[in-house]
Design a protein around this ligand. Sequence first.
Ligand code: C2E
Ligand code: MG
Ligand code: MG
Ligand code: MG
Length: 282
Amino acid sequence: QAKETGRNLYQFYSPDMNERAFERLFLDSDLHRALARNELELYFQPQIDLAQGHVVGAEALLRWNHATKGQISPVVFIPLAEESDLILDIGGWVIEEACRHARQWHDQGYTDLRVAVNLSARQFRSDLPDIVARVLHETGLPAHLLELELTESLLMERPELARTILNKLRYLGNHLSIDDFGTGYSSLSYLKHFPIDRLKIDRSFVKDLNVDPDDAIIVEAIIALAHGLRLNVVAEGVETSDQFEFMRQRGCDEIQGYVVARPMPADDFLRYLQKSKRQTES
Ligand code: C2E
Ligand code: MG
Ligand code: MG
Ligand code: MG
């Protein structure tokens, strides 16, 4: 049925077509032009080391500045891009752009500042290490300053391929972290088999920390698990000072969230760095 419709193009515009699918169709064709039209932009959200209070890194988060619809969330357009190889072009651009910015911070004297990039399952192919190596070479960013964020499901889909790729990335010197930890299709054994550096505690556990005792238990368990395995642990989506204090007291290594700063354009992020540097110096 779907194939029939595909061949019969005029049916796309039949009146019974629901509005959302219609909207999607347009977004999808716009998205194919977004890169060429310079409509994609990386925002950066600081990650703070709780022991020192320093900015130690930033997560690169993609934004689409659509010409007529305004800014569109990655939650909306990444799944669209993932339906085709478009995600490979977009994902490659994200790696390049993130490394280019991190190299600039490095040149401005922030020599230890990491940048973290989110990867899609479709990017997780055997050519990924070559792409990363080329970008590092071209931008001159030291490999240990690039962190790649993976999800549990991405690793579990094809564990053997994943292991080969992760070993190569690790060999290059990249940092590897598990995003949204605890929400995926979890098999903790992968923590033993994959060369992972960090766990990112998902925001869903952080959100109700001070009202739901179960979430507090889960967060404590993740911190203990990470430290037991000699992994670094980051809490994401920390919004309140209570949550901040909870993480500090429980020995979570780093936090990221609105309580510190929202994701921001590159220029603002550089100003943010300069401001926090002056604060720690005075
Ligand atoms: P994620 O990787 O888990 O990123 C964290 C999300 O939480 C970001 O949403 C960030 O803006 C948001 N966030 C951070 N702190 C707080 C907080 O304190 N409170 C709340 N409510 N939210 C907070 P964003 O930027 O909308 O990105 C959503 C998701 O889209 C990301 O989740 C990631 O899975 C995906 N994404 C973003 N950029 C890229 C990209 O370049 N490539 C790929 N493949 N996926 C991306
Ligand atoms: Mg992420
Ligand atoms: Mg996350
Ligand atoms: Mg998330």
